[in-house]
Ligand binder design. Structure first.
Ligand code: CU
Length: 501
């Protein structure tokens, strides 16, 4: 009978629309577990509960063991680490470790990593978002097999009842009394009805369960905008329902008063003119009420723009809201101020195996290098973690000495697929927002200030002209990379195009 319910799931899954994925769900992060520098990739599962695959590359060769466990990012659950399980060391590459973890609940989680080796122990916390991205369809062949089972089992059930009523109390060799025929027919009808009723109820239960799961599937929430005559942009975030997937922690609506600062701003707003991706702005609206934000636009050319608005909830859960807006011509706009920046420069095509140079207005250059020294440069492949490497040169071609932190980071990059289906906002620490990264490190025992201390140290330090950003392109296609640095008080943006196989 159980099989029949499974069939209903198959039907329910087929009936669901195919959700578009916006964004780049896997997590790429480079950070220190005590004395060890690790490049961590977390491939988050598409369904929850589900298995996350963890890949860790260590820069040093003196590690003896890496152990991992999932836990909550914030709250009481972040204080009590479950038993850590050893990650498996690769046989061919002793600096590469691999493990898998069950994620049992939705929401803002972390992968706790403990590295042990010649220099002692070190901890690193990698924030991840556990959300259901889709409903997995059942294999057709399995569905067909189960369907046959259901038919056979149902018919057998009726046949057993019929046989019991017809011959159950008949002495061996006796003939069937004709008066019993009617009882047999009645029994067959009742048995068929009961079997059909059980199947129907089971199917209803199954479909309601599937519907409930479908309502937990995470899609990027929407944000709406309109522009006043004076170039004032007003944004309104649609209410967002969040679920923990845990009946004891009920679902709730996101409170837009519950945002935390990420690189000193509540919202990072990206405007990209579509379809050409030829105009790019990175702005920082002010909150005017719960869910509403405002920004004085700079002088922007008219056109259709895609909006990506990044915020981070106090749980450390990052949300990228998406929207569209048509800008009329004649927006005179305000001069750029603070951390706001943009470009309409033409992209430079960047192929692996070769460097590509983007010319900056002051005669300097941002050069995309790909990977670390000595690493072979292969064609870019979807799903493969890599380092986007940039060098900033001054007008005479020497490494730039005038780099400053831009919102606390050496660089910010926005990565977009040509159809707008992927948007990632990444930094030298990786694909997680700085605010989530800091919360994660603060959750480590005896490490309460670690993350913020790093930021302050960074702000005081001189920025090296070589920038490494860990990332992995989620699917093949043409991507545009906007990379932003700050030099001598000026924010500069370079634009590269990269083809991913
Ligand atoms: Cu940024």
């Amino acid at each position: 009978m159980k099989y029949f319910f499974v069939i209903f799931l198959v039907l329910a899954a087929w009936a669901l629309p195919v959700w578009a994925h916006v964004g780049s769900p896997d997590v790429f992060l480079e950070g220190n577990a005590g004395p060890y520098r690790l490049f961590v990739t977390v491939r988050v599962p598409q369904v929850i509960p589900g298995i996350a695959a963890i890949e860790i590359r260590s820069e040093s060769d003196n590690l003896t063991e890496i152990r991992i466990a999932p836990m909550q990012l914030t709250g009481p659950g972040s204080q009590y680490s479950p038993a850590l399980e050893p990650a498996e060391r690769s046989k061919n590459d002793p600096q590469f470790f691999r493990g898998s973890l069950w994620l049992m609940e939705f929401g803002s989680l972390q992968v706790r990593i403990e590295a042990d080796g010649a220099n002692g122990k070190g901890l690193l916390a990698v924030p991840i978002s556990a959300v259901a991205q889709r409903m997995l369809p059942m294999q057709r062949s399995l569905g067909a097999v189960l369907f046959v089972f259901m038919i056979v089992l149902s018919l057998t059930m009726v046949a057993i009842v019929v046989a019991a009523v017809r011959e159950g109390n008949l002495p061996p060799g006796a003939l069937l009394p004709t008066a019993r025929e009617q009882r047999v027919r009645l029994a067959a009808a009742i048995a068929s009805f009961v079997v059909a009723a059980v199947l129907t109820l089971g199917g209803l239960w199954w479909r309601s369960d599937a519907r409930q799961y479908a309502s937990h599937i995470y899609t990027p929430p929407e944000i709406e905008g309109n522009v006043g005559a004076n170039g004032q942009l007003n944004l309104r975030a649609r209410p967002i329902r969040m679920t923990s997937g845990n009946p004891r922690r009920p679902e709730h609506w996101i409170d837009f008063n519950d945002l935390i600062l990420d690189h000193e701003h509540l919202m990072h707003l990206f405007f990209v003119r579509s379809p050409g991706m030829d105009v790019f702005w990175h702005l920082h609206p002010e909150r005017t009420g719960s869910g509403s934000f405002t920004q004085n636009l700079p002088a922007m050319p008219a056109g259709h723009y895609q909006i990506f608005a990044d915020v981070v909830l106090s749980s450390g859960f990052p949300v990228t809201m998406i929207g569209q807006i048509d800008l009329p011509s004649g927006i005179t706009g305000q001069p750029l101020a603070g951390d706001d920046s943009g470009t309409d420069g033409s992209p430079v095509s960047a192929e692996t195996g070769a460097t590509a140079e983007y010319p900056l207005p002051d005669g300097g250059r941002i050069i995309i290098m790909w990977g670390r020294d000595g690493q072979p440069l292969q064609p870019l492949r979807a799903g493969v973690p890599l380092i986007l490497r940039f060098r900033v040169a001054d007008r005479s071609g020497n490494p730039a000495q005038d780099l400053e932190p831009y919102m606390g980071m050496a660089a910010h990059a926005a990565i977009l697929r040509s159809d707008g289906s992927v948007f990632a906002h990444v930094h030298p620490t990786g694909s997680v927002p700085m605010a989530s990264f800091e919360l994660a490190q603060a959750s480590l025992p005896g490490n309460l200030d670690h993350g913020t201390m790093d930021m302050k140290k960074m702000a005081a330090d001189k920025i090296a002209p070589e920038i490494f950003i860990p990332y992995g392109f989620p699917k093949p296609g043409l991507y545009r990379i906007f990379v932003q640095v700050k030099r001598a008080g000026e924010i500069q943006t370079a634009v590269f195009d990269a083809a991913v196989q």
